[in-house]
Design a protein around this ligand. Sequence first.
Ligand SMILES: C[S@@+](CC[C@H](N)C(=O)[O-])C[C@H]1O[C@@H](n2cnc3c(N)ncnc32)[C@H](O)[C@@H]1O
Length: 371
Amino acid sequence: MKVFETDLGQIIQQDSLAYMREQMADESLDLIFTSPPFALLRKKDYGNVEEHRYVAWFEEFAHQFHRILKPTGSLVIDIGGSWIPGQPTRSLYHFELLIMLCRRVGFYLAQEFYWWNPSKLPTPAEWVNVRRIRVKDAVNCVFWLSKTPWPKASNRRVLVPYSDSMQALLENGYSAKLRPSGHDISDKFQVDNGGAIPPNLLAIPNTESNSYYLRYCRDRNIKPHPARFPSKLPEYFIRMLTDEGNFVFDPFGGSCVTGEVAERLDRRWLCCEIVDEYIEGAKGRFESQASLGETTTDSPASYEIYNAWALWSASTEDDEVLPEDGGQKRPSKNKKSKTSQKPYKVKVTRKQLRLFEADKDLTSEKATSSD
Ligand SMILES: C[S@@+](CC[C@H](N)C(=O)[O-])C[C@H]1O[C@@H](n2cnc3c(N)ncnc32)[C@H](O)[C@@H]1O
């Protein structure tokens, strides 16, 4: 059932598995870019598949993806990790998914990327904020898979600005020499290629707050999609892996961000989505040139990531002693209120512990000797 159409693309309201089986030809696509429902603990409105059923559920889609992709094509999946209910350990479901895609369906892992969302909140609060036994989970895995080891791609499409030191080197020159590591840095190093080759860590904030899409939804009383990815994420891969006129498909289309980016970059596209309300909102993305690709520009061009050791001191003597129970016992609320300025930071340093232990030994010695 076709529900919406532009010159370049369509949104179809249908189960994408059925649509692929019934309507899509073999080897007809250049890129499948998608973010499927994750196996989350906290369920989203559109329903999430349970963790233990996830891989089996996805496998049927995966076989279709493999069939409909061209040999030069790519499948890119944005997937977030999940936690085991009630304990501070991680699910393996997204890794199992990757193994299944390669071992059982026949995809190659062209490269794994990590999408770092600098605006991600610290969750789950219980493990991260309250017990302080895990760190903030701020990356999604983005698996780039291909049907052959040679999908078409170019990193020249996704260059980033040179660092200040590289810029200086390009301007002031570099004397070619052998580095201590043995690497031969030749004068080719000094060629300005228009930008630096990026790492596989993508810093993209997910902070859309006043976009055309959101205003469109608000004005029409449509509930915006609750799990949208930022447009820069599909844009990165559409630029790197497809040419103008190529065909891009998002089988879990949601609010059709993938379609919007493909339209703006002159690629043909198709999004499947089952929830009617999400499609109603998605239509706003294609209302006019103004709505197409309108981006909020309040994000910085770069982020500062501290060295892991930025706050370390030479000695670890004053470190808080680790909880022997791994944090199983929840810090008591009373403790929190007594030390309201620094909750849970009632510090016992190693030095204090040693003094305490020495004192205890002394006391027990005294007790023994007085017996
Ligand atoms: C994580 S969301 C995708 C959000 C999207 N990337 C965006 O930025 O708006 C996954 C979407 O897949 C849809 N979905 C789940 N199963 C589907 C299926 N079998 N066929 C089509 N859509 C499906 C859900 O309704 C949900 O909107």
